[in-house]
Design a protein around this ligand. Structure first.
Ligand code: M6R
Length: 369
């Protein structure tokens, strides 16, 4: 069933254009406005939401972290993201105007399920973003927005991740449209840009030879660091998680702005560091700030593996390797920048002779606490 691929993970990485496209399908009307009839929460209730809390674990948590940037920008509703197992055992401030969005590929993760139940007890509205029809979490929620990534078999989540970001964005844009704020009009434009992402992922996937080569050369590496900023920060964390999970390599992701607050002390000659560079049109000059970070770590001997947009020449003088991704609006970049990191982890794990789909000590869905 792997369709000629070496692993399910490889297959699922390649399925991402379809996973994203299917998750967008049918969620706009002929005029381009968002329609989410399936939500089954009244528009009135959604308009009254004053706070959003996203709860999830693992990769799903990183998709939520990514979505926070977009949802707050588009809706102006404060949005928190919390690990489900932390949310559950705190005393969170949640009421009937709080929208608790759970994200889970399997829909069976015990920690996430318990967080949803807890939120409902506190009177919150609950929406589940889930990839598995009829799973427990959607059944226990007020509403569900399915990701249509298709079954994900490999323990390491890939296509579910990009589909989750897509679904969260659809939800954010829908809320923006509903509330009629300044981003209501932008929503349709963003949807059009989202529709262009699958073919960009396709292009990106077709050019992964060098990434695979780098991964194979690095089979003996002991530690890899990942830096990102803005929406690139959760991507750095997710890239590190992939490598830990399947290649058993110590990997850590950092917010690039944190470097001088501690992590830069880790840089010694030869330390490989992936840097997810925000596109040159990212607001607040973040592109330039990350380029400076690359320069700083390179000066201390880091081996810089730079993920940058097509045409971004600023990174070239400080990069040992430049991995190109197609241009996209800043908030949509994560759907592209994660891809080389997934490919890197899968290739490195297989170069080490490991079982890519069934890493040690891990289960596909964690149904116990
Ligand atoms: O099924 P879920 O999305 O709720 O699973 C959450 C995490 O257990 C899951 O994402 C885990 O971190 C993956 N193995 C990551 O690749």
């Amino acid at each position: 069933e792997k369709g000629g691929h070496s692993s399910f993970m490889e297959k699922e990485i390649l399925e991402q254009p379809t996973a994203i496209a299917s998750t967008l399908l049918g969620r706009t009307d002929a005029e381009g406005a968002l329609v989410l009839d399936e939500l089954r929460i009244s528009e009135e209730q959604l308009r009254a939401v004053t706070k959003i809390v996203i709860v999830a674990c693992g990769t799903a948590f990183y998709s939520g972290m990514t979505a926070k940037y977009a949802i707050e920008h588009w809706t102006r509703i404060p949005c928190e993201v919390e690990l489900a197992h932390e949310f559950r055992y705190r005393d969170p401030v949640v009421d009937q105007h709080t929208l608790v969005v759970s994200i889970s590929q399997s829909g069976e993760t015990m920690d996430t399920l318990m967080a949803v139940k807890h939120a409902r007890e506190l009177g919150a509205l609950t929406i589940s973003i889930c990839n598995t029809h009829g799973a427990t979490i959607p059944r226990e929620s007020d509403a569900v927005l399915y990701t249509h990534a298709g079954p994900e078999i490999a323990v390491a989540s890939t296509k579910a991740f990009t589909a989750q970001i897509t679904a969260c964005y659809v939800l954010g844009l829908y809320l923006a449209q509903l509330r009629g704020g300044s981003y209501a009009e932008e929503a349709q434009q963003v949807m059009r840009e989202l529709h262009e992402i699958p073919s960009k992922v396709e292009t990106l996937l077709a050019g992964m030879d060098r990434v695979r080569e780098i991964a194979r050369f690095m089979a003996d590496t002991r530690s890899v660091l990942f830096l990102g900023r803005h929406v690139g920060y959760p991507i750095a964390l997710e890239g590190a998680l992939k490598l830990k999970e399947i290649a058993y390599i110590h990997a850590e992701g950092f917010a690039a702005g944190e470097l001088k607050h501690g992590p830069i002390a880790l840089i010694e000659p030869g330390q490989p560091v992936f840097i997810v560079v925000p596109g040159p049109d990212t607001p607040h000059g973040l592109h330039g700030k990350v380029v400076s970070n690359i320069q700083e770590i390179r000066a201390r001997g880091a081996r810089t593996l730079v993920i940058a947009e097509e045409g971004d020449e600023d990174v070239v003088p400080f990069a040992d390797e430049v991995i190109r991704v197609p241009q996209a609006p800043p908030l949509l970049e994560p759907l592209l920048t994660i891809v080389p990191l997934q490919v890197f982890a899968a290739e490195l794990a297989s170069a080490k002779g490991l079982d890519v789909d069934q890493p040690r000590n891990l289960a596909k869905s964690v149904t116990v606490e």
